[in-house]
Ligand binder design. Structure first.
Ligand code: C5P
Length: 233
């Protein structure tokens, strides 16, 4: 792939309180191979040559964050997140106001995806900048069932043209803020940034990413993430 030149800030929402992975801490602090999940994620992002800096959104009163101000020579800023993931992302974007121009691209990447690959980030940036908006995603490969409220299959959904949205996602700074603010005002719960952008009339490019860019959610995912990270090192 041709080399890409970019210096992008990345917002890392890490204000979730998810405890389904077990333990007494939110999942982003759960250890993977002896190191908090969040640190794995931040190190992978900071080591990418196109990433200029990171802003991490933390839950108010977070006592697990260990004051970290730079990684690999890149600034690591923090701000408080909000009740929903989209509130946290919006808070992170607003805190970047002095660091980026309206037309600059920014990335958003979940703290809970520590196995993101550098070449996926590179492809996202290389294809996403000319497209104007983009996200990593994976085509749905399983047959999809619609369930009734007792978990009996009542229909089979088409899987053609269906993708699972991953992160990072890449958008222009001011466009993403406007899209998230509009969704917020309309009280529409958006589960990723691309959903807010679609609502605002954009058509983000789906850039096929690796299936192993998993979102760690359950105890089994911790073991899988440990295995995947050990293979990547
Ligand atoms: O809960 P879920 O796995 O969907 O969260 C995705 C990411 O969003 C996680 O990194 C989590 O910490 C973050 N998040 C957040 N603020 C919230 C809820 C989730 O930053 N209010």
């Amino acid at each position: 792939m041709a080399s890409i030149e970019a210096a992008l800030w990345c917002v890392v929402p890490a204000a979730g309180r998810g405890t389904r992975v077990g333990g007494d801490k939110p999942k982003q602090y759960h250890p993977i191979a002896g190191k908090p999940m969040l640190l794995h994620t931040l190190e992978r992002l900071a080591s990418h040559p196109c990433i200029a800096g990171l802003i991490v959104t933390l839950a108010a009163g977070d006592t697990h964050w260990s004051a970290l101000h730079e990684l690999g020579g890149k600034p690591v800023l923090t701000t408080n997140g909000g009740d929903e993931r989209s509130d946290s992302v919006l808070a992170g974007l607003r805190a970047l106001r002095d660091h980026v121009r309206d037309s600059d691209f920014v990335l958003v990447h979940d703290a809970a995806r520590p196995c993101v690959r550098a070449d996926d980030i590179s492809r996202l940036i290389a294809q996403g900048i000319p497209a104007g908006a983009a996200l990593l995603a994976a085509p749905v490969r399983d047959t999809l069932k619609r369930a009734d409220d007792t978990n009996h299959a009542i229909a089979t959904e088409p899987r053609e043209a269906r993708w699972r949205a991953l992160t990072p996602q890449l958008f222009r700074y001011a466009e993403l803020i406007a899209a998230l603010e509009s969704a917020h005002l309309a009280r529409v719960a958006v589960t990723d940034e691309a959903m807010a952008m679609e609502r605002a009339g954009h058509k983000p490019l789906l850039v096929e990413g690796s299936e192993d860019n998993i979102k760690v959610t359950t105890p089994a995912d911790i073991a899988l993430a440990e295995f995947l990270l050990s293979r990547m090192q």
